[in-house]
Design a protein around this ligand. Structure first.
Ligand code: GLU
Length: 280
């Protein structure tokens, strides 16, 4: 039984991360399992090596220990490429040449667009391009993203998919919530959704713990697991730590970073108390 804490090195850890890490570690400990840390550092433009170092220092200061080696997503693009190839072989991906602006304009001219968890859904402009048109665009050197044809994927699967959250119960997967998601871009050859599903399987994560903000994403992850014939873990989405105004903590709130709390005299014990872990 393995759990993981999977931060992105794009900022300093805050109380919300301490809670997420402590939660994953506690679930593993209670089951006599292993706790892993994974660096989700695919977005090369936002990662900083100093944040990476800070993550390990802060987790150690909090008293956590984890299984080595730590998996760094940026070192495993081959694995994500192999997953894309598998989806391509099922003819479930299509190149999308739309810029963000073009998508916005398309949505504006349509008057409205169905909303997904991450905003308005992609209107599907590039889904219906002919093979010749696609080839021409690609040959011209136009940058493109790879999108999943989610309805076709659901049709191919042919039956409803289910997943289980130990805190929230059984769900029938609704991957169409996200529309035709981008699974790869030129600058970032694997999206969060693709990489997380591949990694959790490769690392043998039996229980995926993460914040409730990511619960909708699990609907899509369940479909990707099915398409890629990956094992299906269980999930436990946990509450989010909020600030005094009830707002979810964000990396921008530097004042609440573990580091700054520590510099202002907090002990690790006090951090655990602040996030509601009474006895550790
Ligand atoms: N890297 C993600 C985050 O920082 C973690 C997502 C996950 O645990 O699946 O929110």
């Amino acid at each position: 039984m393995r759990t993981r804490f999977a931060p992105s090195p794009t900022g300093l850890l805050h109380l919300g991360h301490a809670f997420a890490a402590g939660f994953a570690q506690r679930e593993a400990a209670q089951a006599g399992g292993e706790f892993l840390v994974r660096l989700e550092d695919i977005d090369g433009t936002r990662n900083r090596p100093e944040y990476e170092t800070a993550i390990f220092e802060d987790l150690a200061w909090l008293g956590l220990s984890w299984q080595e080696p730590v998996r760094k997503q940026s070192e495993h693009f081959d694995d994500y490429r192999a997953a894309l190839t598998k989806l391509e072989a099922q003819d479930l991906l299509y190149p999308c040449f739309c810029t963000r602006k073009e998508i916005q304009a398309e949505i504006a001219s349509a008057g409205q667009a169905p909303q997904g968890p991450d905003g308005p859904l992609y209107p599907g402009t590039c889904r219906s391009r002919s093979l010749a048109e696609r080839a021409d665009h690609i040959a011209s050197g136009a940058p493109y993203a790879l999108r999943l044809d989610v309805e076709k994927a659901r049709r191919n699967v042919g039956h409803p998919l289910h997943w289980r959250d130990l805190a929230h119960g059984e769900f029938e997967a609704q991957p169409q919530l996200f529309g035709d998601v981008v699974l790869a871009r030129k600058e970032t050859p694997a999206s969060y959704h693709l990489a997380v599903v591949v990694d959790d399987a490769l690392q043998g994560i039996a229980l995926v713990t993460r914040g409730e903000d990511l619960l909708p994403a699990t609907h899509l992850h369940r479909l990707l697991q099915e398409l890629l014939t990956l094992p299906v873990p269980e999930w436990k989405h946990h509450r989010l730590i909020t600030n005094e105004h009830g707002k979810r903590l964000a990396k921008r709130d530097d004042a609440r970073s573990i580091r700054s709390l520590r510099e202002s005299g907090w002990t690790a014990e006090r951090v655990w108390e602040a996030v509601g872990f009474r006895e550790r």
